[in-house]
Design a binder for this molecule. Structure first.
Ligand SMILES: CSC[C@H]1O[C@H](OP(=O)(O)O)[C@H](O)[C@@H]1O
Ligand code: ADE
Length: 294
């Protein structure tokens, strides 16, 4: 058993969480750059918590400039075991209405201007992301959201686009009708892939703010409408977070789905060929398998 530490990455409209005991914003240095912001640490019902606003307080980072690697590395370095991503999204399904939440379980990654891996020349690794989210953590989020009175749907495919502009009508129709995506956002990739590389359980809760541009009865996406829906959604998101400690517990058994052992057979580069500088940067993310000297 290890100590649980719940990490929450708050998306658009969620720049803090309330109710933490011994709350303090702390700087976490990372060899992967400067995280989006300080991290709010504390505890909730005896369970350690860490909250990071994805875009930074004041919404400084665009989806492309969010320092995804530094964020995941910083959470891992702090001791986070379970990452819950809370994000705004557009919906491709009539029944996923604005104000509803979706427990995302698949992704289509259409992003192209972001660093997507901690690994590379000098230390190559290939992890599986066939099942990119953790069912144990996703179920806990679902139950906590239901208890908080949220309308939440279990399962959905999130299309991650580069942005920052919203989709054209043709793209919106393509993703919905041909590709079968359920929701669309701009930030869950490469975040989910990096969490897997860092052997962290990851769940994504997408909060529907709009119908993107495909819906004949709704106009095109507009940030002012999104913000109105976000205000209500963010309060519901906080309600869900308050129910997580009771579900996850102060200590945790190793992940039954193997998220915390994702690197077990992933590293390809022979020990004598590894780049010591890269291995040093990987101390938090991959120290378990690379060891002190890689
Ligand atoms: C405010 S609308 C577009 C913006 O909102 C979402 O951000 P996040 O995923 O961090 O909640 C979406 O991905 C875009 O970045
Ligand atoms: N329609 C949409 N497309 C991409 N990201 C979004 N975030 C919220 N709504 C969105």
């Amino acid at each position: 058993m290890t100590q649980t530490m719940i990490g929450v990455i708050g998306g658009s409209g969620i720049y803090d969480i309330d109710g933490l005991e011994d709350a303090s914003w702390v700087d976490v240095a990372s060899p992967w750059g400067v995280p989006s912001d300080q991290i709010l640490t504390g505890s909730l019902h005896g369970v350690k918590m860490a909250f990071l606003p994805r875009h930074g307080r004041g919404h400084v980072h665009s989806p492309t400039t969010v320092p995804y690697r530094a964020n995941i590395d910083a959470l891992k370095r702090l001791g986070v075991t379970d990452v819950i991503s809370v994000s705004a999204c557009g919906s491709f399904r009539e029944e996923f209405a604005p104000g509803h939440f979706v427990v995302v379980d698949q992704f289509i990654d259409r992003t192209f201007a972001r660093e997507k891996s901690f690994f590379g020349a000098g230390c190559v690794a290939h992890v599986s992301v066939a099942h990119p989210t953790c069912p144990r953590l996703s179920d806990a989020c679902y139950d906590a959201a239901v208890e908080a009175g949220v309308t939440i749907h279990k399962g959905g495919t999130y299309l991650a686009m580069e942005g920052p502009q919203f989709s054209t009508l043709a793209e919106s129709r393509l993703y919905r009708e041909q590709w079968g995506a359920d929701v669309i956002g701009m930030t869950n990739m490469p975040e989910a892939k990096l969490a897997r590389e860092a052997e962290l359980c990851y769940a994504s809760i997408a909060m529907v703010t709009d119908y993107d541009s495909w819906h004949p009865d709704h106009g095109e996406v507009d940030v002012s409408d999104i913000i109105k829906t976000l205000m209500g959604n963010s309060e519901k998101g906080r309600g869900m977070v308050r129910g997580l400690p009771a579900r996850l517990g102060v200590t945790r058994a190793s992940c039954p789905h193997g998220c915390d052992r994702a690197l077990e057979y992933a590293v390809m580069t022979a020990p004598e060929k590894r780049d010591p500088a890269l291995v040093a940067k990987l101390d938090a993310v991959a120290g378990r398998v690379l060891g002190p000297r890689g």
